[in-house]
Structure formats: structure tokens, C-alpha cells
Design a protein around this ligand. Structure first.
Ligand SMILES: Nc1ncnc2c1ncn2[C@@H]1O[C@H](COP(=O)(O)OP(=O)(O)O)[C@@H](O)[C@H]1O
Ligand SMILES: [Mg+2]
Length: 247
């Protein structure tokens, strides 16, 4: 029998309502995002595509709570992000968002396991619990045996696995990846995308920016951007949903 309780697969993780981001440069206004409406549910796997300057990074920055909308509403896990103070925003970011970047962004002087622990230090976890969680996260990405290695002793694919373990350690609501395979060869790209598939099958919500069709094809939903707007939003292998209204 059906009831009204939302299952986790139906839960809305984030919602944009008429979100705009305008950059002011002197007298000029540059529209990074124009009235974006978007809803992403738990365990979606979404790719964001679009040419350079179309607004992908602006969208990712706002989604990742690195930046706020100029106008409109942004809710993450039901919390209204639009009006939060900087320190509340930093806390939300640390606890609920995992970031993965093209250039890995690991600290070169720290071992893999210490890199993975870093978000927990900010979250004020005790040392023992921290180390156990970090080892668990490295195990999840298949890199436990390399935990003592420093980034310069790891391959590109291994570095990205460390970065993914670090992104996952706080059990984030969303994994945000900006061109995560941009610095990797084809074989390693496939391995990282296989890892994303596994995380997705375990329930992780993933949002990934990419300019490569073959990478986007691994996602379940693909959004294309142009001039700060979403011009198409399709479920992979399905017919297009109605695009956002054009001005
Ligand atoms: N900090 C900024 N100041 C002024 N304009 C910006 C800034 N960041 C981005 N823009 C402008 O906003 C638009 C979208 O940029 P961006 O989100 O970086 O696009 P993409 O990541 O798709 O290349 C572009 O016109 C860009 O020049
Ligand atoms: Mg960009």
C-alpha cells in the first residue's frame, strides 16, 4: 500500500527557484545565471554541459555554497541557503558538499590518508575516529594500500581517488565534480567514471560538469547551459523535458 512518506529516492536534495547571479563590473552587469529553475532529487546523477562562458562554474559555485544567488531561492536539504551568513554557509559546505576538481587540489606535503582526514579536522572530530573514517573512505575508492603515499608518489587516477575519498568523508548530500576527468587519460577516465557509477549505485547524489559527450553519457540526466540559462534538460536515453522558458 502507498503512503505519503517520501522515499529517499524521491527526496528533493536541492531546489533553485528563479536563481540569478549577476556580476557587477563598474557600470556593467554580467549575467552569470539568468532565472534558473532546477530541482535535483536524492541519488540523481547529473551532468552539466555547455560552452565556455555559459555559466557552468557559476552554477557549480552557487550549488556548492561557495557563492550566493543575487536573487531567487536556493534550498539545500530543505535549508534556505540564499540568506545565510558566510560562517553558516562554510559549515553547510563542509558538512553537506563534497568537491572534486580537475586538478585534484591535494596538499602535497601530506600523505593520502591525511589529505582525506582534512575535512574532519574542520568538523572537529577526534583523532582516532578521524583516522578510521579516512582509512574507510580510502578503502571505498580502492586505495587503502596507498594511504601513506604523498600525492607526488601517486598516479593521476590515484590522486583523483584520494580527492574523491576526501570529498566523501563527511557523507555529503551532494558530490560536486568540476571536470573530474579533465586531466586523465582515457583508461583512467573510465576507471574514475566506474567509481562514480559504483558510488551512484550506493545512493550518492552526483553533479558533474564536463564538456565531453562520452563523460556526460555516463550520467543519468544531462543539462545543457547557454548564456546563463538551461537550454535543455534530458534524462539520458529519453526524450527531452520541456526546456526552461526562453526570453
Ligand atoms: N567573477 C566574475 N566577474 C565577472 N564576470 C564573471 C565572473 N565569473 C564569471 N563571469 C562571467 O559570467 C559568465 C559565466 O561564466 P562561467 O560561469 O565561468 O562560465 P563557464 O564555467 O561555463 O565557462 C561569463 O560571461 C563570465 O565572463
Ligand atoms: Mg568554468
Amino acid at each position: 500500500m502507498q503512503n505519503n512518506t517520501q522515499t529517499s529516492a524521491e527526496k528533493v536534495v536541492l531546489r533553485f527557484q528563479d536563481v540569478s547571479r549577476v556580476y557587477k563590473l563598474g557600470a556593467e552587469s554580467i549575467h552569470g545565471l539568468r532565472t534558473i529553475n532546477l530541482e535535483i532529487k536524492a541519488n540523481e546523477y547529473l551532468a552539466i554541459m555547455g560552452k565556455s562562458g555559459s555559466g557552468k562554474s557559476t552554477l557549480l559555485n552557487v550549488l556548492g555554497c561557495l557563492d550566493r544567488p543575487t536573487s531567487g531561492l536556493y534550498q539545500l536539504d530543505g535549508l534556505d541557503i540564499s540568506k545565510m551568513t558566510d560562517s553558516s554557509l562554510a559549515k553547510i559546505r563542509n558538512e553537506r558538499i563534497g568537491f572534486v576538481f580537475q586538478s585534484f587540489e591535494l596538499l602535497g606535503k601530506l600523505s593520502a590518508v591525511r589529505n582525506v582526514e582534512l575535512p574532519l579536522i574542520y568538523a572537529r572530530n577526534g583523532w582516532l575516529g578521524r583516522r578510521a573514517k579516512a582509512i574507510g573512505a580510502l578503502e571505498r575508492v580502492g586505495l587503502k594500500e596507498r594511504m601513506k603515499h604523498r600525492p607526488n608518489q601517486l598516479s593521476g587516477g590515484e590522486k583523483q581517488r584520494v580527492a574523491i575519498a576526501r570529498a566523501l568523508i563527511c557523507n555529503p548530500s551532494i558530490l560536486l565534480a568540476d571536470e573530474p576527468t579533465g586531466n586523465l587519460d582515457t583508461k583512467t577516465t573510465d576507471e574514475i567514471l566506474d567509481l562514480f557509477d559504483m558510488l551512484h549505485s550506493q545512493g550518492q547524489t552526483i553533479i558533474m560538469v564536463t564538456h565531453e559527450d562520452s563523460v556526460a553519457a555516463r550520467a543519468k540526466r544531462i543539462i545543457k547551459m547557454k548564456d546563463g540559462q538551461i537550454i535543455s534538460d534530458i534524462l539520458n536515453g529519453h526524450h527531452p523535458r520541456p526546456a526552461q522558458e526562453q526570453i
